[in-house]
Unconditional design. Sequence first.
Length: 59
Amino acid sequence: MWEDPIVEETRKLREEYLAEFDHDLDALVRDLKEKERQGGRKVVSLPPGKSDRSAPNAA
């Protein structure tokens, strides 16, 4: 079976990053949120709502 080297590299990096937190997803999410906060970009949260599937270009 053919293997995509980019996919393999991405999986390897994901595993290494998760291993830094002993595979604790809560710790990983805290780290990502901290990096997001330090990034200085404005983060916008939208209220939950229905998608408009009737829009002409809706997928």
